[in-house]
Design a protein around this ligand. Structure first.
Ligand code: ACO
Length: 402
């Protein structure tokens, strides 16, 4: 829809790059992606090795500080974070005042903004400690996420328990009841650990760029991360995991014909997309999707999840990958294609799926905020535009307007 001659004349020294598809906004040493080859590495370590051998907190340390921690470093990091699982009591009241039916993503974002008010009242303006904020954020987010969920189902909030692991604490605070011991399941705990590892960072994606954008003005890390949560909530980004499950349920409700759904996507008569397919960077199989697919298969087959929807997803993938529309556009399953199925098998409702993505992405957001804050080349982020509106004209009094 652009007149390229007009635009070239208007741009001068400015480059028009809609959606920033070809523009690097910064230098970063955190995550490497080769989208054509389907490679993802955090601080040089391949995602496959981290998913196989590491834990979410170990990966968080790596993403944040650049090196794998020693045993002592990891123990100290984990126990510092555990100290911040407990929220100020007034935060609980805030959760109770939000509508039960609210989507948990704005609730999470509200929780982070509220956390910022506590951080500032404690430290005073300007007393800003990024190391402390890192631990407060990592410690608080699982509790904020679990309280958002508890509020939506009307169950009592549970206090965190320090002796539990990061993942166990979150699962218990989400699904536990004060009157019952929570029955941990190692396969579920490990699957969630792996899923969070897979989401820990993904360079300059929409939410991370948002965190950097907000932080570039000097705004604090809590409100910057809250903005990242908002950016993540959209269906083209983190919201896709919820949208995939809704799509699969829709296909099942209409008789389970995946070929006719794929044809509808290709017709492009409306905005129907194959959710969980395609990626701005990956023009090959998303390496995270391959790992998630393996876990989805295991968890769903062993934990009585929704096999029928998994079978539909597998068929949908097969039909799409053998279709020239998807082949020509290099559209492959992305990380979100299979994650929703696992989250559902774990007992999470669909509207919580993107919250789980946020839990995983948090170390990446913090790492990018910190990297930007310590980079002497950092400037306030301020893109240009190409003005295509009216040229100068004179004000018309109301009575003379048609
Ligand atoms: N279904 C059908 N067609 C698609 C899809 C899809 N999922 N994704 C891209 N296309 C088509 C586009 O219509 C376009 O076709 P055209 O060139 O004939 O016009 C072509 O493939 C290129 O796609 P773009 O939209 O230009 O790709 P972009 O990089 O802007 O978008 C995005 C990437 C947003 C991920 C897109 O593929 C999409 O909407 N996918 C579905 C939503 C989704 O799964 N999002 C999760 C992303 S991963 C994450 O956030 C973790």
């Amino acid at each position: 829809g652009y007149d390229i001659t007009k635009l070239l004349a208007a741009t001068g020294d400015t480059t028009l790059d809609v959606g920033f598809a070809n523009t690097a906004s910064c230098q970063s040493a955190i995550t490497f992606i080769d989208g054509d080859a389907g490679i993802l590495r955090y601080r040089g370590y391949p995602i496959e090795q981290l998913a196989e051998n590491s834990s979410f907190l170990e990966v968080s340390y790596l993403v944040l500080f650049g090196e794998l921690p020693t045993r002592d470093q990891l123990d100290a990091f984990s126990s510092d974070i555990a100290k911040h699982h407990l929220l100020d009591e007034r935060m609980r009241e805030m959760f109770r005042s939000l509508p039960r039916k609210s989507h948990p993503m704005p609730v999470l974002s509200a929780g982070l903004n509220a956390l910022s008010t506590f951080a500032y009242s404690k430290w005073g303006e300007g007393a800003y400690d990024l190391d402390r904020a890192t631990k407060v954020l990592l410690g608080s987010l699982p509790t904020l996420a679990a309280y958002g969920y508890k509020n939506s189902v009307g169950e009592p909030f549970l206090y965190p328990e320090r002796q539990l692991s990061y993942i166990e604490n979150f699962l218990r605070m989400s699904f536990g009841l004060p009157t019952h011991p929570y029955p941990f399941d190692d396969a579920i705990t490990r699957a969630l650990d792996v899923l969070l590892i897979l989401h820990a960072d993904h360079e300059q994606n929409c939410s991370t760029s948002t965190v950097r954008m907000v932080g570039s003005s000097g705004a604090n890390i809590y409100v910057s991360v809250a903005a990242g949560v908002s950016a993540l909530s959209g269906p083209l980004h983190g919201g896709a995991n919820q949208a995939v499950l809704e799509m699969l349920q829709g296909i099942r409700a209409e008789g389970g014909d995946v070929t006719s759904y794929v044809n509808k996507v290709k017709d492009r008569k409306d905005t129907t997309k194959l959710m969980g397919f395609g990626h701005r960077i990956y023009k090959n199989y998303d390496p995270r999707a391959a790992i998630v697919k393996k876990h989805a298969d295991q968890i769903l087959r062993t934990h009585g999840g929704n096999d029928e929807l998994l079978d539909l997803a597998l068929k949908l993938e097969e039909v799409a990958l053998s279709d020239s529309y998807f082949q020509e556009r290099k559209l492959y399953p992305n990380v979100d294609f299979y994650t929703g199925l696992i989250y559902q098998a774990m007992g999470f409702p669909q509207n919580m799926f993107t919250v789980l993505f946020a839990l995983g992405r948090l170390p990446g957001w913090i790492a990018h905020f910190r990297e930007q804050a310590s980079d002497p080349a950092t400037k306030i982020n301020r893109p240009r535009q190409i003005y295509v509106g009216e040229t100068e004209r004179s004000y018309v009094p109301m009575e003379q307007r048609g």
